[in-house]
Design a protein around this ligand. Structure first.
Ligand SMILES: NC(=O)c1ccc[n+]([C@@H]2O[C@H](COP(=O)([O-])OP(=O)(O)OC[C@H]3O[C@@H](n4cnc5c(N)ncnc54)[C@H](OP(=O)(O)O)[C@@H]3O)[C@@H](O)[C@H]2O)c1
Length: 281
């Protein structure tokens, strides 16, 4: 039996789909999962791929996936890739607390629940848990503060888990992603609006630019490209933090830069200069 890998958030065009395609091409049995089966149609006819509906914020959905993996093939799982996540572009003062909590459910508590549920299989296989974090979790970027906080928490949890699971023979990898051209911003666009009365109204156009994916400048790698890199990394047995996606290579140097340079980067290359608190006429 080939080794098995389960990947969350495999919607077409995203990083999860790219990771699934790359593992499938390398001959593994792939459990490709998404919130909706319709989003897995592009993978469903490939050999060695089992498509599963899985919402990482639902314990019932996770339990169902565990039961199916247990019953498929030899019932083992070597690799778990926690890729699913949602973004949010919103000034902190304008963030709806319930929406922020839902985002933490998807980006932090959901993956924790996945790790706990699949741990017996991963420990048994002396396998690898791959957690997709973000470079955004390393700097206080304006307007994505709550998203970045969820990823900062996840990045740290993942590295702590690596130390805790090392004695059990389990490898834990944190993929610190930079920009990758996926559906990430189009998902945010569908519902994005700045609340009336926001202190940031004078900056709305610049924010809309960010929501529209201005981060995806030419040369940004796509989901398939980064999926191949991540698959190669994992099968090569890499450990710890991996920096993938556009500009992610800069993340390890963040601690070395003086504070005023970090502030300049965090304020979106000086755009904040146009921001005038209270001028919301
Ligand atoms: N793209 C970037 O520049 C970038 C940068 C840094 C980090 N990341 C991280 O990379 C990962 C992949 O994102 P992506 O860029 O490939 O974006 P994407 O194309 O929007 O993919 C995100 C995937 O997560 C799924 N998802 C969201 N909530 C879920 C839930 N509760 N349960 C299960 N699946 C859920 C989405 O499903 P639906 O299709 O149903 O919404 C989608 O399949 C995320 O963790 C993201 O935070 C991305």
């Amino acid at each position: 039996m080939p080794d098995s890998v389960l990947i969350t958030g495999c919607t077409m065009g995203g990083a999860g789909s790219g990771i699934a395609l790359a593992f499938q091409a390398r001959g593994l049995h792939v459990f490709a999962t998404a919130r909706s089966m319709a989003k897995l149609a592009h993978l469903s006819s490939l050999p060695n791929v089992t498509c599963l509906q899985l919402d990482v914020t639902s314990s019932a959905s996770i339990a169902k996936a565990v039961a199916i993996v247990n019953k498929t093939g030899d019932g083992t799982l070597k690799y778990l890739v926690n890729n699913a996540g949602v973004g949010m572009v919103m000034p902190i003062l304008d963030t709806d607390i319930d929406e922020g909590k839902q985002m933490f459910e998807a980006n932090f508590w959901g993956p924790v629940a996945m790790i706990k549920a699949f741990a017996p299989m991963i420990v048994e296989a002396k396998g690898t848990i791959v957690n997709v974090g973000s470079g955004a979790g390393s700097l206080p970027f304006i307007w994505i503060g709550v998203y970045a906080a969820s990823k900062a928490a996840f990045n740290l949890l993942s590295e702590t888990l690596r130390l805790e699971l090392e004695p059990l023979g389990v490898n834990v990898v944190t993929v610190v992603l930079g920009s990758v051209k996926t559906n990430f911003f189009s998902d945010i666009q569908s519902s994005w609006r700045l609340p009336l009365g926001s202190y940031c109204r004078t900056m709305e156009e610049v924010m809309i630019d960010k929501v529209n994916g201005s981060d995806f400048t030419p040369g940004t790698i796509d989901g398939e490209g980064v999926g191949k890199q991540i698959c190669n990394d994992i099968l090569a047995g890499k450990k710890g933090n991996l920096y993938r996606g556009k500009d992610a290579w800069q993340v390890p140097f963040i601690g070395l830069a003086p504070g005023f340079i970090l502030d300049f980067i965090s304020k979106d290359k000086g755009l904040i200069k146009q921001f005038r608190v209270g001028k919301n006429e």
